[in-house]
Design a binder for this molecule. Structure first.
Ligand code: NDP
Length: 457
């Protein structure tokens, strides 16, 4: 009985921790096995430290407008080591809170690497112990994927970016997704000469075109160079720099090179074959209750390749525990998920982009572009974009897209009426709050343009 559990969770990240805590709260005997630190990508080397870096980088924009509000700021210097040390302190605090949150309901935390030995078996690699589990949950997350090119070992990923000993004088970031854009504005805000190289025609493929365009302009304003329709072909060391060979034949030196070219699920070396668990192109294959093809084995979070976002993993972990340990089957709805890119300017979105909505049926598009009030005294020309897409003639709200200060906070709240199936009239009924940027969402009179039969009018 000593090594027998109701649930063994592999991976103490967002999804695994939630599942373990909730299952233990329902009286299950639970162990969670983690080979690195408790907290997972989000807490240890993702969302949380990233957002702290974002705050640090945003002071640059604030300093820029401060003068027009009467401030004189002298002796502006930035110390990277202080930021990293303070960030590490906060991450350690959060990790302790996660550990305490597991221990309170009685979850046993095992610091080891776990390998499946069968539908109910887990081997601890270092301890050499075998665990028997009635149910196994795989929540091992993912890791940065890097292109297979000569000299790739000279590049870093977001994992290393959190622990650089010093800021480089310049950095090239390959990719055009969340990580590339967020780190580009972090590094640029902290004074690093920053360049993005992306194989596509503009960053954030799949986002609404107005947001992509507005963000591209914002990157330009902040001096971030973009090289589009180009790849990195090779890296080589030259003194303290790294020389990058691009696919267009150009060679150029950079102080550092970072790959932000997506993530792969952590499925290797887990014993999935031994247990007979099916793995697809995006990760472990699961049904709507996060169950794999092996009835005793479940998987949640990034390792399943469904939607690689922390709150989604948490929701999946909670639903798993409810389903299996509280006889309350819950299938997570992945259909309407708001998401934010904490770049500068910030981008956040929920629902259909204009291009996708136009193929859905007749739609009305409302767009407001305005200077956020903080820019007015400084004559900074950067505009905020607030965009609402509805079914034709005041129908259901299909998409909301925002670029500018507070975009993520706004979209989080818009997710509530959208989840309730709100129509344009529901937004209009809300009294505006003035002066805010959010009031634009509830004061749109007539559509900026319409699509009828797929044609824009
Ligand atoms: P993304 O999938 O967002 O972006 C990957 C980028 O790399 C894309 O622009 C892609 O191009 C490009 N790319 C992929 N493969 C190659 C290649 N072989 N050569 C050159 N370019 C390539 O991944 P990220 O790493 O940015 O982020 C991973 C995930 O983590 C995100 O999808 C998101 O779910 C999550 N995340 C969420 C954050 C948030 O909520 N704020 C922040 C950070 C991460 P293309 O567009 O052409 O496919």
């Amino acid at each position: 009985m000593g090594d027998s559990y109701d649930l063994v969770v592999i991976g103490a990240g967002s999804g695994g921790v939630r599942a373990a805590r909730v299952a233990a709260g329902y009286g299950a005997r639970v162990a969670i096995v983690e080979e690195y630190r408790v907290g997972g990508t989000c807490v240890i080397r993702g969302c949380v430290p990233k957002k702290l870096f974002v705050y640090a980088s945003r002071f640059t924009d604030m300093f820029e407008v401060a003068g027009s509000f009467g401030w004189t700021i002298e002796g502006r210097t930035f110390d990277w080591a202080t930021l990293v040390a303070n960030k590490d302190k906060e991450i350690a605090r959060l990790e302790s809170a996660y550990v305490a949150g597991l221990e309170k309901p009685g979850v046993e935390i095992i610091r080891d690497r776990a390998v499946l030995t069968g539908p109910n078996g887990v081997r601890l690699v270092h301890a050499g112990r075998e665990l028997h589990a009635r149910t196994i949950l795989i929540a091992t997350g993912g890791h940065p994927k890097t292109p297979d090119i000569p000299g790739k070992e000279l590049g870093i990923t977001s994992n290393e970016a959190f622990h650089l000993e010093a800021l480089p004088h310049s950095i090239l970031i390959e990719g055009g997704g969340y990580v590339a854009v967020e780190f580009a504005t972090i590094f640029a805000g902290l004074g690093v000469d920053t360049t993005i190289v992306y194989r596509g025609d503009r960053v954030l493929r799949g986002f609404d075109a107005d947001l992509r365009e507005g963000l591209d302009a914002g990157l330009e304003t902040r001096g971030i160079k973009r090289i589009y329709q180009t790849n990195v072909r090779a890296l080589r060391r030259l003194d303290r720099d790294i020389v990058v060979s691009f696919s267009d034949g150009v060679d150029a030196p950079f102080g550092a090179v970072m790959f932000a070219t997506g993530r792969n699920p952590n499925v290797a070396g887990l014993g999935l074959e031994a247990a007979g668990v099916e793995v697809g192109a995006d990760g472990i294959v699961v049904d709507e209750y996060s169950r794999t093809n092996v009835p005793s084995i479940y998987a949640v979070g990034d390792v399943t390749g469904r939607v690689a976002l922390t709150p989604v993993a948490i929701r999946e972990g909670q639903a798993f525990a409810e389903t299996v340990f509280n006889a309350n089957p819950i299938a997570v709805d992945h259909s309407l998920i708001g998401t934010a890119v904490f770049a500068e300017p910030e981008v956040a979105t929920i629902g259909l982009a204009e291009e996708a909505a136009a193929t859905h049926g007749n739609i009305d598009v409302y767009v407001a572009r305005f200077r956020p009030m903080i820019n007015t005294l400084s004559n900074r020309s950067e505009r905020m974009i607030v965009k609402l897409i509805t079914e034709a003639d005041g129908g259901k709200v299909l998409g909301v897209h925002i670029l500018g200060p507070g975009a993520a906070e706004l979209i989080q709240l818009v997710a509530i009426p959208m989840g309730m199936g709100a129509e344009k009239a529901d937004f209009d009924r809300a009294m505006a709050m003035h002066p805010t940027a959010a009031e634009e969402l509830v004061t749109f009179k007539s559509p900026t343009y319409r699509y009828r039969g797929g044609v824009k009018h």
